[in-house]
Design a protein around this ligand. Structure first.
Ligand SMILES: *Cc1c(COP(=O)(O)O)cnc(C)c1O
Length: 366
């Protein structure tokens, strides 16, 4: 029986050639030509002036917080339905994440509920483009302008997704991507800060490199820094991946289309509800996330697992985690967590795979 993991990296010969080049030249640590190349190519791809590599997407959010001067006493608005890294980055700098419920249809932050959570301490809004579906950026930018707040996009899951005519990662003042092994393109572990601000880019570059300015006396550190660097090996892999991102995204869009087609009978009967695309957007469909109307979703996941189809549950609401428990009205995030599953979505899947996976789902749900 063929089995299907949720995601697998797709790595080609170009990536191997670049990584081998690092190994043969000896430039395997965090100096070398691929770092600058990956940064320049990624910045151009997103449509921003600067990109700075980091060792993962959590750290790149931390660097954004630090470089924007967010700290103790500040609040940042974060969707309640997200990966813990989004809220953790706020906590790392001593600020407080303030959670807003998500929309049941798009799974993204409910823009109609942002303003009621703004206080005099609010410094920023952090939209997260969940599972590759862009947030309602026009609304979010308007609210931010009106209340003089910064916008920080967590675009970890949405490489190559568009809202109107702009790519995600080009709206906020400083934004973050991840290149973890299961993301749309990978460096194994890795992240990127993107921004149009020269001074923010410089601040990120300084802080991620143990605060060692390139022109200063060796071992003179003007402020406390971090080692949050990416290696040349990782950047080589990332550059190779970025050069084929179009093809990977095209396949992801096809996979979404195939799921729509093959699961339609279940959608018609209201048993399956797919994540809805945000109006005016072009999602990247990093994964296919859907809600199921069945007695027990964990049991459904178990049955699918037995038939060779791996799934992942949805995120738990941040407000339910012990170290950041928060009171509030979050019915949608809670319902999604109970009813959602992520289906196999790797860019190596073909139409016959999605047909087979859909058949197995139909068999379990009958
Ligand atoms: C993957 C991800 C991150 C960053 O994760 P890393 O594993 O640290 O690269 C941040 N936010 C979201 C929403 C993510 O999915």
């Amino acid at each position: 029986m063929k089995t299907y993991p949720v995601l697998e990296p797709v790595i080609g010969s170009r990536e191997k050639e670049y990584v081998l080049d690092c190994m043969e030249s000896g430039w395997v640590s965090s100096w070398g030509k691929y770092i600058g190349k990956f940064e320049e190519t990624f910045a151009r791809y997103v449509g921003v002036r600067y990109a700075r590599t980091t060792c993962n997407g959590t750290v790149s959010l931390h660097l954004v917080m630090l470089s924007l001067g967010i700290g103790k006493g500040d609040e940042v608005i974060v969707p309640n339905f997200t990966y813990a890294a989004s809220a953790n980055a706020v906590l790392y700098v001593g600020a407080a994440p303030v959670f807003v419920d998500c929309e049941e249809s798009t799974f993204n932050i409910d823009v109609g509920r942002i303003e009621e959570r703004i206080t005099p301490r609010t410094k920023a809004i952090m939209p997260v483009h969940l599972y590759g579906n862009p947030c309602r950026m026009e609304e979010i930018m308007r609210i931010a302008r009106q209340h003089r707040l910064m916008v920080i996009e967590d675009a970890a899951e949405a490489h190559g997704a568009f809202y109107k005519n702009k790519m995600v990662g080009s709206f906020g003042v400083a934004n973050s991507f991840s290149f973890f092994g299961n993301k749309t393109i990978t460096t194994g572990e890795g992240g990127m800060v993107v921004t149009n601000s020269k001074s923010i880019a410089a601040r990120v570059a300084l802080l991620k490199n143990q605060a060692q300015p390139s022109n200063a006396r060796k071992y003179y550190h003007p402020v406390m820094g971090y080692n949050y660097r990416m290696t040349n090996l990782q950047a080589a892999l990332g550059l190779g991946q970025l050069e084929r991102i179009k093809e990977l995204l095209e396949r992801k869009r096809k996979i979404r289309g195939w799921y729509e087609a093959y699961l339609e009978p279940l959608v018609e009967r209201g048993i399956v509800t797919l994540q809805e695309e945000t109006p005016g957007s072009q999602p990247s469909w990093w994964v296919n996330a859907m809600r199921f109307r069945t007695k027990s979703v964990p049991k459904l996941a178990l049955h699918l697992r037995e038939s060779g189809v791996d799934t992942r549950p949805f995120f738990l609401p941040m407000s339910d985690l012990p170290y950041m428990r928060q009171h509030g009205h979050f019915p949608h995030a809670r319902r999604l967590a109970r009813t959602g599953l992520i289906l196999p979505s790797g860019a190596n899947l073909e139409e016959k795979d999605i047909a087979l996976i859909s058949d197995r789902i139909k068999k379990v749900l009958k």
